[in-house]
Design a protein around this ligand. Sequence first.
Ligand SMILES: [Zn+2]
Length: 243
Amino acid sequence: MPEGPSLVMFKEDTVRFIGKKVLEATGNSKIDMDRIAGQKIIDIKTWGKHFLICFKDFTLRVHFLMFGVYYINERKDKQLRLSLRFKDDEWNFYTTAVKWIEEPLDEIYDWSADVMSDSWDAAKARNKLKAAPDMLVCDALLDQQIFSGVGNIIKNEVLYRIKVHPLSTIGALPPKKLSELIKEARVYTFEFLEWKRQYVLRKHWLANAQKTCKRCNLPFHKDYLGAGKRRTFYCENCQILYK
Ligand SMILES: [Zn+2]
């Protein structure tokens, strides 16, 4: 499942296409593909799980949802959502949601909510959290308006790292724990990126998809928790329930 770091890596793979012309767009997406032919990519940005391909007068947004994947110069045997053909290369997107954005991106995106952005603003995140005291911490971390780019794996790892039970409510967290939550959401996401680059991400999981808590030597609980019923791994012994 893609999380913010996967898109940052995709961006790194695609910056060499800035200034290049898209010759043709195809796929089963319902958007008007014709307007893209002959257009030059002027910039590439990401916001959480949104991959933003910027042209002169509009932007193509590819949202990676839960299972989105991309390939450069490679195809898979499944329904192609969008394919962009360049002179010598092609980008292929599967299980994504694609749409046009006509407005300037600064009007649409709160860059300070993206945990991987240089504009990330921890104080703003804290204010948003304080405004939602009844929200469960497992939902808060996945809220893309607060922690854009954080996905389910990062959620599991951050809560384990700060020893907070996923069903704790935001309002019940001591201020120190709230600070840890905000800090580790960003810190862990950058570690995730580094480990993913080195192909050692799974090796570093301490909670996600694990059977035993290494701190307590007790079995992990696996439940589908929160508003989105997302897979959650946690230790009842060392992750404290604040309610
Ligand atoms: Zn434990």
